[in-house]
Design a protein around this ligand. Structure first.
Ligand SMILES: NC(=O)c1ccc[n+]([C@@H]2O[C@H](COP(=O)([O-])OP(=O)(O)OC[C@H]3O[C@@H](n4cnc5c(N)ncnc54)[C@H](O)[C@@H]3O)[C@@H](O)[C@H]2O)c1
Length: 430
């Protein structure tokens, strides 16, 4: 039976009231309109994004939301200085979503808090710029993809390399075939922060933080500064270590170049915590992941606690072909030819504007309703690969794709694909 628009609005409104949001407020942005933005999660990347948004004269920051009122006050003053207007401040993102004038939200919260605000925003008719990785579990990514599609929203995932000029021409070069047969792609990231910070005892949460709301759908846990702002990345309930933090950006480049938008044949992983005994960390400090495809392999490697890497790049990709190897990172790409098999290639440098381009692309898509450069399908695919690597590591199993079942032949792995939310939060049903 077909649902009429009136029935749809009635049903959606009932759902929204159920999740603590009053009203539905889709607004259409036309070419000359002001674009009103709300930011959810203001400390680091969320605010960096907002500043790139504000470089576009049609953008205004209408509201900020954070569970840390010190951050909220500080960021609100900065917005007032930048734009001359004070935003409305919220501690609960559901209240921000009730503002019918807001066109789009930036979700700059830790990874475990990407799914719910994104889905709720789609349900009230707002477009979303959500940070990467798209979500903290594969099941959440699936729900977000469905929500964007069902509610017809523009959702850009914050993998800004998708809008970078020098990455696009590196990918074009790989696809040109000049490197010959590509049999292997090495992808790696080595960063000090990913070994966690020095462990300290638990303590009461600061008075200016609503810690229960920070935990949200994640399990109840005592407060510890080494698991909080910024450092949550190294704890499974909130993040996935370097593999989800940097892996989605870099693995996405490999998938793009090789035209991969489905699962690998298998995934296996090894690693551990070998040099961080005094630190607070649950994720792998050192990790290796092997992705098997029909005609090539992709190898991910990361090391927390160090910052050097192959070819003097602490992170990057190497596309290994018969005629030469293309090395790429955010600064540049270059080709090292196999002797006499190909002509020298001029190195290409970045214009240093990937974030600006990515934000501009989102704003353009708000007006035109075109597909953004990193839509939910691309964001979901990259997040899948990162999470699969972590699932292989955590189960100690080689994950093998079963094409008939369209799933992995590993019951234990499937448990990690699912999401268990802490009440009263419920996994949205789309
Ligand atoms: N695209 C990139 O290059 C890039 C770079 C850095 C971070 N990121 C991503 O950005 C996201 C945020 O990372 P970060 O480094 O800014 O983390 P952070 O810990 O520095 O900041 C997160 C902010 O979200 C707030 N917050 C937490 N729960 C909230 C809630 N329920 N409602 C409102 N606010 C809430 C926190 O109080 C904090 O202010 C992550 O997903 C991360 O992976 C992307």
């Amino acid at each position: 039976m077909k649902t009429t628009r009136r029935e749809f609005v009635k049903k959606s409104t009932a759902t929204l009231v159920g999740m603590g949001i009053a009203g539905i407020g889709a607004k259409k942005v036309s070419a000359n309109d002001k674009i009103l933005i709300g930011l959810i999660g203001c400390r680091n990347m969320g605010f960096a994004n907002l500043k790139w948004f504000l470089k576009n004269q049609e953008v205004e920051c209408a509201a900020l939301c954070d569970v840390d009122s010190e951050i909220l006050t500080e960021r609100s003053q900065e917005v007032a200085e930048l734009s001359g207007k004070k935003p409305v401040l919220y501690k609960d993102f559901r209240k921000l979503l009730e503002d019918k004038d807001i066109d789009a939200v930036i979700v700059g919260t830790p990874d475990h808090w990407h799914c719910i605000p994104t889905v709720y925003a789609c349900q009230v008719g707002k477009d979303v710029y959500v940070e990467k990785p798209m979500a903290n579990t594969i099941q959440e990514c699936d729900i977000m993809q469905k929500a964007a599609q069902k509610y017809g929203r523009i959702v850009q995932v914050g993998q800004q390399q998708r809008s970078a000029v020098h990455w696009a021409d590196a990918i074009k070069f790989v696809k040109s075939g000049e490197l010959g047969k590509i049999r292997r792609i090495n992808v790696w990231a080595n960063f000090n922060y990913a070994a966690g910070r020095k462990a300290v005892p638990d303590e009461p949460p600061p008075a200016h933080v609503d810690f229960d709301m920070w935990l949200g759908p994640a399990p109840k846990r005592t407060f510890n500064p080494a698991r909080f702002h910024g450092y949550w990345r190294m704890f499974w309930d909130y993040g996935g270590g370097l593999l989800t933090d940097w892996g989605v950006h870099l693995i996405d480049m490999a998938l793009w170049a090789m035209d991969v938008d489905g699962p690998p044949k298998s995934v296996s992983s090894a690693g551990g915590q070998f040099d961080c005994a005094d630190n607070a960390i649950e994720t792998a400090e050192t990790q290796h992941v092997l992705y098997q495809f029909e005609n090539f392999i992709m190898v991910w490697e990361h090391n927390g606690g160090i910052q050097t890497g192959p070819n003097r790049r602490n992170y990057g990709l190497a596309f290994v072909g018969t005629n030469g190897t293309l090395w790429a990172d955010r600064d540049n790409w270059e080709v090292i030819p196999e002797e006499e098999r190909m002509a020298a290639v001029e190195p290409h440098k970045t214009d240093g504007m990937s974030n600006e381009h990515h934000v501009k692309n989102f704003i353009h898509c708000l007006k035109t309703r075109e597909k953004p450069n990193c839509d939910v399908n691309i964001g979901r695919n990259a997040a899948y690969y990162a999470h699969l690597g972590n699932i292989a590591y955590r189960t100690g199993q080689k994950l093998v794709w079963n094409n008939e079942k369209k799933y992995f032949d590993n019951p234990e792995a499937i448990e990690f694909i699912k999401t268990n939310y802490r009440a009263p939060w419920k996994l949205p049903e789309i």
